[in-house]
Design a protein around this ligand. Structure first.
Ligand SMILES: NC(=O)c1ccc[n+]([C@@H]2O[C@H](COP(=O)([O-])OP(=O)(O)OC[C@H]3O[C@@H](n4cnc5c(N)ncnc54)[C@H](O)[C@@H]3O)[C@@H](O)[C@H]2O)c1
Length: 386
Protein backbone atom coordinates (compact mmCIF):
# COMPACT_ATOMS: atom_id res chain seq x y z
CA UNK A 1 0.00 0.00 0.00
CA UNK A 2 1.27 3.43 -0.87
CA UNK A 3 0.91 6.38 1.48
CA UNK A 4 1.08 8.70 -1.54
CA UNK A 5 -1.85 10.67 -2.87
CA UNK A 6 -2.90 9.11 -6.15
CA UNK A 7 -3.50 11.13 -9.32
CA UNK A 8 -5.28 9.06 -11.93
CA UNK A 9 -4.14 10.09 -15.39
CA UNK A 10 -6.40 9.95 -18.44
CA UNK A 11 -4.31 10.57 -21.52
CA UNK A 12 -5.69 11.44 -24.96
CA UNK A 13 -3.37 10.44 -27.83
CA UNK A 14 -0.66 7.80 -27.80
CA UNK A 15 1.70 9.05 -30.54
CA UNK A 16 5.09 10.70 -30.06
CA UNK A 17 4.04 12.84 -27.09
CA UNK A 18 1.79 10.13 -25.66
CA UNK A 19 4.94 8.06 -25.23
CA UNK A 20 7.12 10.82 -23.75
CA UNK A 21 4.43 11.77 -21.21
CA UNK A 22 3.67 8.16 -20.31
CA UNK A 23 7.37 7.54 -19.76
CA UNK A 24 7.48 10.61 -17.50
CA UNK A 25 4.55 9.43 -15.35
CA UNK A 26 6.17 6.02 -15.02
CA UNK A 27 9.64 7.30 -14.10
CA UNK A 28 8.86 10.29 -11.90
CA UNK A 29 8.21 8.41 -8.66
CA UNK A 30 11.42 6.40 -8.99
CA UNK A 31 13.66 9.44 -9.39
CA UNK A 32 11.73 11.96 -7.28
CA UNK A 33 10.77 9.69 -4.34
CA UNK A 34 10.09 12.65 -2.03
CA UNK A 35 6.97 13.68 -3.99
CA UNK A 36 3.71 13.19 -2.11
CA UNK A 37 1.65 12.67 -5.27
CA UNK A 38 1.89 9.57 -7.43
CA UNK A 39 0.55 9.44 -11.00
CA UNK A 40 -1.27 6.27 -11.99
CA UNK A 41 -1.79 5.32 -15.65
CA UNK A 42 -5.55 4.90 -15.39
CA UNK A 43 -6.76 5.24 -18.97
CA UNK A 44 -5.49 5.94 -22.46
CA UNK A 45 -7.76 7.29 -25.19
CA UNK A 46 -7.63 7.29 -29.02
CA UNK A 47 -9.93 6.13 -31.80
CA UNK A 48 -8.45 2.80 -32.94
CA UNK A 49 -9.32 0.29 -30.21
CA UNK A 50 -6.99 -2.46 -31.41
CA UNK A 51 -3.88 -0.28 -31.51
CA UNK A 52 -4.92 1.45 -28.33
CA UNK A 53 -5.28 -1.83 -26.47
CA UNK A 54 -1.83 -2.92 -27.64
CA UNK A 55 -0.39 0.42 -26.45
CA UNK A 56 -2.16 0.09 -23.09
CA UNK A 57 -0.71 -3.39 -22.59
CA UNK A 58 2.78 -2.36 -23.63
CA UNK A 59 2.96 0.76 -21.48
CA UNK A 60 0.82 -0.37 -18.53
CA UNK A 61 -2.46 1.56 -18.73
CA UNK A 62 -5.31 0.02 -16.72
CA UNK A 63 -8.06 0.77 -19.27
CA UNK A 64 -8.85 2.27 -22.68
CA UNK A 65 -11.46 4.69 -24.02
CA UNK A 66 -12.18 5.45 -27.67
CA UNK A 67 -14.15 8.64 -26.95
CA UNK A 68 -12.39 11.43 -25.05
CA UNK A 69 -15.74 12.75 -23.79
CA UNK A 70 -16.32 9.48 -21.92
CA UNK A 71 -12.83 9.69 -20.48
CA UNK A 72 -13.57 13.15 -19.08
CA UNK A 73 -16.88 11.95 -17.59
CA UNK A 74 -15.20 9.19 -15.61
CA UNK A 75 -15.13 9.78 -11.84
CA UNK A 76 -11.93 7.77 -11.47
CA UNK A 77 -9.91 10.23 -13.62
CA UNK A 78 -8.23 13.20 -11.87
CA UNK A 79 -6.12 14.69 -14.67
CA UNK A 80 -6.53 14.87 -18.43
CA UNK A 81 -3.32 14.91 -20.46
CA UNK A 82 -3.78 16.19 -24.02
CA UNK A 83 -1.37 14.70 -26.58
CA UNK A 84 -3.49 15.16 -29.71
CA UNK A 85 -2.92 17.34 -32.78
CA UNK A 86 -3.34 21.08 -32.19
CA UNK A 87 -6.92 21.38 -33.54
CA UNK A 88 -8.20 19.17 -30.71
CA UNK A 89 -6.57 20.86 -27.72
CA UNK A 90 -9.26 23.49 -27.12
CA UNK A 91 -12.35 21.29 -27.09
CA UNK A 92 -10.77 18.68 -24.81
CA UNK A 93 -9.14 21.20 -22.44
CA UNK A 94 -12.33 23.24 -22.00
CA UNK A 95 -14.47 20.15 -21.34
CA UNK A 96 -11.88 18.77 -18.91
CA UNK A 97 -11.56 22.05 -17.00
CA UNK A 98 -15.35 22.39 -16.76
CA UNK A 99 -15.52 18.85 -15.37
CA UNK A 100 -13.04 19.91 -12.67
CA UNK A 101 -10.13 17.80 -13.96
CA UNK A 102 -6.54 18.99 -13.85
CA UNK A 103 -5.31 19.66 -17.39
CA UNK A 104 -1.83 19.02 -18.78
CA UNK A 105 -1.73 20.09 -22.41
CA UNK A 106 0.75 19.83 -25.24
CA UNK A 107 1.94 22.95 -27.02
CA UNK A 108 1.04 25.10 -28.86
CA UNK A 109 -1.97 25.82 -26.66
CA UNK A 110 -4.22 26.07 -29.74
CA UNK A 111 -4.22 27.16 -33.40
CA UNK A 112 -4.85 30.85 -32.64
CA UNK A 113 -5.18 33.36 -29.83
CA UNK A 114 -8.97 33.41 -30.30
CA UNK A 115 -9.16 29.63 -30.00
CA UNK A 116 -6.89 29.60 -26.94
CA UNK A 117 -8.68 32.34 -24.96
CA UNK A 118 -11.73 30.22 -23.94
CA UNK A 119 -9.23 27.59 -22.77
CA UNK A 120 -7.52 30.13 -20.52
CA UNK A 121 -10.93 31.32 -19.31
CA UNK A 122 -12.20 27.80 -18.59
CA UNK A 123 -9.05 26.98 -16.64
CA UNK A 124 -9.30 30.29 -14.75
CA UNK A 125 -13.01 29.77 -14.07
CA UNK A 126 -12.61 26.29 -12.62
CA UNK A 127 -9.28 26.98 -10.90
CA UNK A 128 -7.90 23.55 -11.83
CA UNK A 129 -4.17 22.84 -11.78
CA UNK A 130 -2.71 23.11 -15.26
CA UNK A 131 0.48 23.18 -17.27
CA UNK A 132 1.57 23.29 -20.92
CA UNK A 133 4.45 21.12 -22.09
CA UNK A 134 7.03 23.68 -23.18
CA UNK A 135 9.47 21.11 -21.91
CA UNK A 136 12.76 22.64 -23.08
CA UNK A 137 12.81 24.86 -19.99
CA UNK A 138 13.49 21.72 -17.98
CA UNK A 139 16.59 20.53 -19.78
CA UNK A 140 19.21 21.05 -17.04
CA UNK A 141 21.55 23.17 -19.22
CA UNK A 142 18.62 25.46 -20.15
CA UNK A 143 17.54 25.73 -16.52
CA UNK A 144 21.14 26.57 -15.65
CA UNK A 145 21.04 29.35 -18.26
CA UNK A 146 18.02 30.77 -16.42
CA UNK A 147 19.89 30.62 -13.10
CA UNK A 148 22.93 32.43 -14.56
CA UNK A 149 20.74 35.16 -16.08
CA UNK A 150 18.69 35.61 -12.89
CA UNK A 151 21.91 35.82 -10.86
CA UNK A 152 22.92 38.76 -13.07
CA UNK A 153 25.98 37.01 -14.56
CA UNK A 154 25.27 38.33 -18.04
CA UNK A 155 24.46 41.86 -16.93
CA UNK A 156 22.32 43.89 -19.29
CA UNK A 157 21.21 41.72 -22.21
CA UNK A 158 21.62 43.08 -25.74
CA UNK A 159 20.90 40.13 -28.06
CA UNK A 160 18.81 36.94 -28.07
CA UNK A 161 19.21 34.65 -31.08
CA UNK A 162 17.40 31.34 -31.65
CA UNK A 163 17.03 28.80 -34.45
CA UNK A 164 14.99 25.63 -34.84
CA UNK A 165 16.02 23.79 -37.99
CA UNK A 166 14.72 20.57 -39.53
CA UNK A 167 14.77 19.00 -43.01
CA UNK A 168 11.93 16.46 -43.17
CA UNK A 169 9.43 18.15 -45.55
CA UNK A 170 11.69 18.89 -48.53
CA UNK A 171 10.15 16.20 -50.77
CA UNK A 172 7.15 17.48 -52.80
CA UNK A 173 5.82 13.89 -52.76
CA UNK A 174 5.04 14.12 -49.05
CA UNK A 175 1.26 14.45 -48.62
CA UNK A 176 -0.44 16.78 -46.15
CA UNK A 177 -2.87 15.66 -43.46
CA UNK A 178 -3.54 12.40 -41.66
CA UNK A 179 -1.48 10.33 -39.29
CA UNK A 180 2.03 11.60 -38.83
CA UNK A 181 1.47 14.38 -41.40
CA UNK A 182 -1.16 16.55 -39.71
CA UNK A 183 1.64 19.13 -39.16
CA UNK A 184 1.48 19.96 -42.89
CA UNK A 185 -2.28 20.51 -42.80
CA UNK A 186 -3.16 24.02 -41.66
CA UNK A 187 -6.64 22.95 -40.53
CA UNK A 188 -5.10 20.57 -37.99
CA UNK A 189 -1.92 22.45 -37.09
CA UNK A 190 -2.98 26.12 -37.32
CA UNK A 191 0.42 27.09 -38.74
CA UNK A 192 3.67 25.48 -39.84
CA UNK A 193 7.03 26.00 -38.20
CA UNK A 194 5.76 29.05 -36.29
CA UNK A 195 3.42 27.15 -33.97
CA UNK A 196 5.32 23.88 -34.11
CA UNK A 197 8.93 24.96 -33.61
CA UNK A 198 9.23 28.70 -33.03
CA UNK A 199 6.64 28.43 -30.24
CA UNK A 200 9.26 26.48 -28.27
CA UNK A 201 11.93 29.11 -29.00
CA UNK A 202 9.54 31.91 -27.99
CA UNK A 203 8.57 30.25 -24.70
CA UNK A 204 12.22 29.70 -23.76
CA UNK A 205 13.14 33.21 -24.89
CA UNK A 206 10.47 34.95 -22.81
CA UNK A 207 11.26 32.76 -19.80
CA UNK A 208 14.94 33.68 -20.03
CA UNK A 209 14.72 37.26 -21.27
CA UNK A 210 11.20 38.60 -20.59
CA UNK A 211 8.30 39.62 -22.80
CA UNK A 212 8.50 40.21 -26.55
CA UNK A 213 7.02 43.60 -27.42
CA UNK A 214 6.77 43.68 -31.21
CA UNK A 215 7.84 41.61 -34.22
CA UNK A 216 8.65 41.85 -37.91
CA UNK A 217 8.55 38.58 -39.84
CA UNK A 218 8.91 36.84 -43.18
CA UNK A 219 7.41 33.43 -43.92
CA UNK A 220 7.68 31.18 -46.97
CA UNK A 221 5.82 28.14 -48.24
CA UNK A 222 8.27 26.46 -50.62
CA UNK A 223 5.97 23.67 -51.80
CA UNK A 224 2.70 25.31 -52.79
CA UNK A 225 0.53 22.21 -53.33
CA UNK A 226 0.50 18.72 -51.85
CA UNK A 227 -1.88 15.80 -52.05
CA UNK A 228 -4.20 15.81 -49.05
CA UNK A 229 -4.36 12.41 -47.35
CA UNK A 230 -8.04 12.96 -46.56
CA UNK A 231 -9.27 13.76 -50.10
CA UNK A 232 -6.53 12.20 -52.26
CA UNK A 233 -6.51 15.50 -54.21
CA UNK A 234 -3.78 18.09 -54.62
CA UNK A 235 -4.56 21.02 -52.34
CA UNK A 236 -2.97 24.35 -51.56
CA UNK A 237 -0.45 24.17 -48.73
CA UNK A 238 -1.37 26.81 -46.17
CA UNK A 239 1.28 26.32 -43.52
CA UNK A 240 4.53 28.29 -43.29
CA UNK A 241 7.48 26.05 -44.26
CA UNK A 242 9.97 28.60 -42.97
CA UNK A 243 9.74 31.68 -40.78
CA UNK A 244 12.24 34.37 -39.84
CA UNK A 245 11.48 37.19 -37.45
CA UNK A 246 13.18 39.85 -35.46
CA UNK A 247 11.77 41.61 -32.42
CA UNK A 248 12.18 43.94 -29.47
CA UNK A 249 12.03 42.54 -25.96
CA UNK A 250 10.56 44.59 -23.11
CA UNK A 251 14.05 44.89 -21.59
CA UNK A 252 15.37 46.70 -24.69
CA UNK A 253 17.28 43.76 -26.18
CA UNK A 254 16.90 42.64 -29.80
CA UNK A 255 15.77 39.15 -30.82
CA UNK A 256 16.44 37.21 -34.02
CA UNK A 257 14.64 33.92 -34.69
CA UNK A 258 14.64 31.45 -37.59
CA UNK A 259 12.85 28.18 -38.17
CA UNK A 260 12.53 25.95 -41.22
CA UNK A 261 11.89 22.36 -42.25
CA UNK A 262 14.12 22.89 -45.31
CA UNK A 263 17.59 23.02 -43.72
CA UNK A 264 19.10 19.87 -45.26
CA UNK A 265 21.17 17.99 -42.70
CA UNK A 266 19.46 19.35 -39.61
CA UNK A 267 16.99 17.11 -37.78
CA UNK A 268 15.99 19.07 -34.67
CA UNK A 269 18.66 21.72 -34.29
CA UNK A 270 17.28 24.03 -31.64
CA UNK A 271 19.93 26.56 -30.63
CA UNK A 272 20.01 29.81 -28.73
CA UNK A 273 22.67 32.39 -27.91
CA UNK A 274 22.33 35.32 -25.53
CA UNK A 275 24.82 38.19 -25.41
CA UNK A 276 25.00 40.38 -22.32
CA UNK A 277 27.20 43.20 -21.15
CA UNK A 278 29.48 40.90 -19.08
CA UNK A 279 28.93 37.44 -20.50
CA UNK A 280 27.33 35.33 -23.22
CA UNK A 281 25.76 31.88 -23.22
CA UNK A 282 24.81 29.46 -25.96
CA UNK A 283 23.05 26.12 -26.09
CA UNK A 284 22.27 23.47 -28.70
CA UNK A 285 19.72 20.65 -28.52
CA UNK A 286 22.02 18.24 -30.38
CA UNK A 287 24.47 18.53 -27.47
CA UNK A 288 21.89 19.22 -24.80
CA UNK A 289 23.96 18.58 -21.67
CA UNK A 290 26.40 21.38 -22.45
CA UNK A 291 26.05 25.09 -21.82
CA UNK A 292 28.69 27.29 -23.46
CA UNK A 293 29.63 30.29 -21.34
CA UNK A 294 31.97 33.24 -21.97
CA UNK A 295 32.71 35.71 -19.17
CA UNK A 296 34.54 38.91 -20.04
CA UNK A 297 35.40 39.37 -16.35
CA UNK A 298 37.83 36.41 -16.49
CA UNK A 299 41.52 37.32 -16.51
CA UNK A 300 42.39 38.25 -20.07
CA UNK A 301 45.10 35.60 -20.53
CA UNK A 302 42.67 32.75 -19.80
CA UNK A 303 39.50 34.31 -21.12
CA UNK A 304 37.50 32.20 -23.58
CA UNK A 305 34.39 30.10 -24.11
CA UNK A 306 33.95 27.36 -21.51
CA UNK A 307 31.89 24.32 -22.20
CA UNK A 308 30.02 23.45 -19.00
CA UNK A 309 29.05 19.79 -18.88
CA UNK A 310 25.81 20.08 -16.91
CA UNK A 311 25.91 16.76 -15.05
CA UNK A 312 26.97 17.70 -11.52
CA UNK A 313 24.71 17.16 -8.52
CA UNK A 314 24.55 20.88 -7.71
CA UNK A 315 23.36 21.72 -11.23
CA UNK A 316 19.60 21.77 -11.95
CA UNK A 317 17.83 18.40 -11.58
CA UNK A 318 21.09 16.44 -11.81
CA UNK A 319 21.13 15.28 -8.18
CA UNK A 320 18.14 13.10 -9.17
CA UNK A 321 19.99 11.06 -11.78
CA UNK A 322 23.37 9.33 -12.08
CA UNK A 323 26.86 10.46 -11.02
CA UNK A 324 28.76 13.56 -12.21
CA UNK A 325 29.91 13.22 -15.80
CA UNK A 326 27.01 11.06 -16.95
CA UNK A 327 24.43 12.85 -19.03
CA UNK A 328 20.67 12.55 -19.41
CA UNK A 329 18.50 13.18 -22.49
CA UNK A 330 15.42 14.64 -24.14
CA UNK A 331 12.91 12.42 -22.33
CA UNK A 332 14.08 13.63 -18.94
CA UNK A 333 12.76 17.14 -19.61
CA UNK A 334 9.24 15.63 -19.49
CA UNK A 335 10.02 13.76 -16.26
CA UNK A 336 11.16 17.08 -14.78
CA UNK A 337 8.01 18.84 -15.91
CA UNK A 338 5.79 16.18 -14.31
CA UNK A 339 7.91 16.30 -11.12
CA UNK A 340 7.57 20.10 -10.93
CA UNK A 341 3.83 19.86 -11.61
CA UNK A 342 3.38 17.38 -8.74
CA UNK A 343 5.56 19.48 -6.41
CA UNK A 344 3.44 22.55 -7.21
CA UNK A 345 0.28 20.57 -6.36
CA UNK A 346 1.85 19.68 -3.04
CA UNK A 347 2.82 23.28 -2.32
CA UNK A 348 -0.35 24.85 -3.75
CA UNK A 349 1.67 26.94 -6.21
CA UNK A 350 1.37 27.54 -9.95
CA UNK A 351 3.32 25.30 -12.30
CA UNK A 352 4.76 27.36 -15.13
CA UNK A 353 4.32 27.42 -18.02
CA UNK A 354 0.57 27.40 -17.36
CA UNK A 355 -2.25 28.13 -19.81
CA UNK A 356 -1.87 31.87 -19.37
CA UNK A 357 1.88 31.74 -20.12
CA UNK A 358 1.22 29.60 -23.19
CA UNK A 359 -1.35 32.14 -24.37
CA UNK A 360 1.38 34.81 -24.31
CA UNK A 361 3.51 32.62 -26.59
CA UNK A 362 0.44 32.16 -28.80
CA UNK A 363 0.17 35.97 -29.06
CA UNK A 364 3.75 36.23 -30.30
CA UNK A 365 3.16 33.43 -32.85
CA UNK A 366 0.07 35.19 -34.12
CA UNK A 367 1.80 38.57 -34.34
CA UNK A 368 4.61 36.88 -36.31
CA UNK A 369 2.16 35.36 -38.82
CA UNK A 370 0.23 38.65 -39.12
CA UNK A 371 3.47 40.57 -39.63
CA UNK A 372 4.53 38.25 -42.46
CA UNK A 373 1.09 38.53 -44.06
CA UNK A 374 0.88 42.33 -43.85
CA UNK A 375 4.62 43.03 -44.28
CA UNK A 376 4.51 45.29 -41.24
CA UNK A 377 5.69 45.47 -37.63
CA UNK A 378 3.09 44.05 -35.23
CA UNK A 379 2.69 44.62 -31.50
CA UNK A 380 2.27 41.35 -29.61
CA UNK A 381 0.18 42.54 -26.65
CA UNK A 382 2.14 40.12 -24.46
CA UNK A 383 1.88 40.45 -20.67
CA UNK A 384 4.74 38.30 -19.45
CA UNK A 385 4.78 37.52 -15.74
CA UNK A 386 7.02 34.52 -15.18
N1 LIG B 1 6.63 19.37 -26.35
C1 LIG B 1 7.21 18.95 -27.46
O1 LIG B 1 8.41 19.00 -27.62
C2 LIG B 1 6.36 18.38 -28.56
C3 LIG B 1 6.92 17.50 -29.51
C4 LIG B 1 6.08 16.94 -30.46
C5 LIG B 1 4.73 17.25 -30.49
N2 LIG B 1 4.23 18.13 -29.57
C6 LIG B 1 2.78 18.46 -29.57
O2 LIG B 1 2.07 17.32 -29.09
C7 LIG B 1 0.82 17.18 -29.77
C8 LIG B 1 0.76 15.79 -30.40
O3 LIG B 1 1.87 15.64 -31.29
P1 LIG B 1 2.48 14.19 -31.61
O4 LIG B 1 3.79 14.41 -32.31
O5 LIG B 1 2.46 13.35 -30.40
O6 LIG B 1 1.40 13.68 -32.65
P2 LIG B 1 1.14 12.19 -33.14
O7 LIG B 1 0.55 12.31 -34.48
O8 LIG B 1 2.35 11.34 -32.92
O9 LIG B 1 0.01 11.68 -32.11
C9 LIG B 1 -1.27 12.25 -32.07
C10 LIG B 1 -2.19 11.31 -31.31
O10 LIG B 1 -3.49 11.90 -31.23
C11 LIG B 1 -4.45 10.87 -31.43
N3 LIG B 1 -5.71 11.41 -31.91
C12 LIG B 1 -5.96 12.09 -33.04
N4 LIG B 1 -7.27 12.36 -33.13
C13 LIG B 1 -7.88 11.86 -32.01
C14 LIG B 1 -9.22 11.81 -31.52
N5 LIG B 1 -10.23 12.35 -32.21
N6 LIG B 1 -9.46 11.21 -30.31
C15 LIG B 1 -8.46 10.68 -29.60
N7 LIG B 1 -7.16 10.68 -30.03
C16 LIG B 1 -6.88 11.26 -31.21
C17 LIG B 1 -3.79 9.96 -32.46
O11 LIG B 1 -4.35 8.68 -32.42
C18 LIG B 1 -2.35 9.94 -31.96
O12 LIG B 1 -2.19 8.93 -30.99
C19 LIG B 1 0.76 18.31 -30.77
O13 LIG B 1 0.02 19.37 -30.23
C20 LIG B 1 2.22 18.74 -30.94
O14 LIG B 1 2.38 20.10 -31.29
C21 LIG B 1 5.02 18.69 -28.62
Amino acid sequence: MTSKKIINIGMVGYGFMGRTHTNAYKRVGDFFPELKYKPVLKAICARNKERLTAFAEQWGYESVETDWRKLIQRDDIDAIDICTPNNMHAEIAIAAAKAGKMVLCEKPLARSVAEAQPMVDAIGGSGVANTVYYNYRRIPAVTLAKQLIDAGKLGKIFHYRANFLQDWTISPELPQGGEGLWRLDNAAAGSGVTGDLLAHCIDTAMWLNGGIKDVSAVTETFIKERVHTGTGEKQKVEIDDACLFHCHFENGSLGLFESTRYARGHKALYTFEINGEHASIKWNLHDLSRLEYFDHRDESIERGWRSIHVTDGDQPYMDKWWVPGLSIGYEHSFVHQVADFLKCLEDGTTCHPNFNDAQQTQKVCEAVLNSAKTKSWQKTGVKWTN
